[in-house]
Design a protein around this ligand. Structure first.
Ligand code: MEV
Length: 280
């Protein structure tokens, strides 16, 4: 889930993202006949690993929610194949393969952000081609799923068109998002200040045209209920927002979000990333 820098990362600006709970559970079995998966991401995983098998997925992350569920499913499926077929791929191999699969399915438009956080867990700074883990923080977060479906590829394209038409407006906004992201790095353990940067990042995303009424209402409701900050997370145009809250207020913020006819998830950081659950 993006904390800062969505859309700007597509143009080589830095972005900060973190792995959140809930997790995605994937079980893979070495079966002689391939079971046709319903998702191009999963088919991509078997193809990339060069094996056939069957797969069972239990995901508590709503798909198309803007929370990086496709990346989480892709990374978990690759890990499960790696384990079942004893392929000895490293975490880095898995992160790289997941990124390539996302990129293919999304027709070239993807940053390695979500696949990196799903693989490694914790908080990751993406900057150009480099990825750096930032010290994990205990954050009290509420995710609001607007229940409005969206397409990341379409939103990315919309921003690209705006940038082409109005570089004199969009380029400084991208620079400002970069500024907010870089400032955020130094305030990760200071939620009051971090919340302020999240609000700024939200407003800049609105300028890019990826907000909508529903997300706007949810962001304002979360702030009114006492959140330190709230913003769209991911591509926007639907999907989700995230609020950073004082611990005692997180349920109040969740209720305020739900009063906007949205689904709220009280959550926190997941520091472990992809892991083998147990032998089943
Ligand atoms: C989508 O979750 C985030 C975007 O920045 C696209 C990407 O990074 O792949 C809009």
């Amino acid at each position: 889930m993006f904390l800062f820098g969505e859309h700007a990362v597509v143009y080589g600006k830095p972005g900060i993202a973190m792995a959140i709970k809930p997790r995605v559970f994937v079980t893979v079995r070495n079966t002689p006949r391939a079971q046709k998966a319903k998702s191009p991401y999963i088919d991509g995983c078997f193809e990339a690993m060069g094996v056939v098998g069957s797969v069972y997925i239990n995901s508590q992350i709503p798909s198309s929610s803007g929370l990086g569920s496709s990346a989480a499913v892709t990374v978990a499926t690759l890990c499960a194949i790696n384990d079942e077929f004893k392929m000895n791929k490293t975490r880095e191999d898995i992160a790289n393969m997941a990124f390539e699969i996302e990129k293919t399915v999304q027709k070239g438009r993807a940053s390695p952000t979500d696949t990196t956080v799903s693989s490694y867990g914790g908080i990751v700074l993406i900057s150009g081609g480099s990825r750096r883990r930032l010290p994990p923080q205990n954050m009290h977060l509420v995710i609001g799923d607007s229940l409005v479906s969206h397409s990341t590829a379409r939103m990315v394209e919309q921003v690209a068109e705006l940038k082409k038409k109005h570089p004199e407006i969009v380029d400084p906004v991208m620079n400002a998002i970069e500024g907010v992201t870089l400032a955020g790095i130094h305030q990760l353990s200071n939620p009051r200040e971090l919340g302020r940067y999240m609000n700024m990042n939200h407003n800049l995303l609105e300028v890019l045209g990826v907000g909508n009424n529903q997300l706007g209402k949810m962001v304002l409701a979360a702030r009114s209920a006492g959140a330190f900050g709230a913003k769209i997370t991911g591509a926007g145009g639907g999907g989700s927002m995230v609020a950073l809250c004082p611990k005692p207020l997180k349920h109040r913020v969740a209720a305020a979000i739900e009063s906007c006819e949205a689904r709220a998830i009280v959550t926190g950081i997941d520091t472990e990333g992809a892991r083998k659950e147990k032998n089943v």
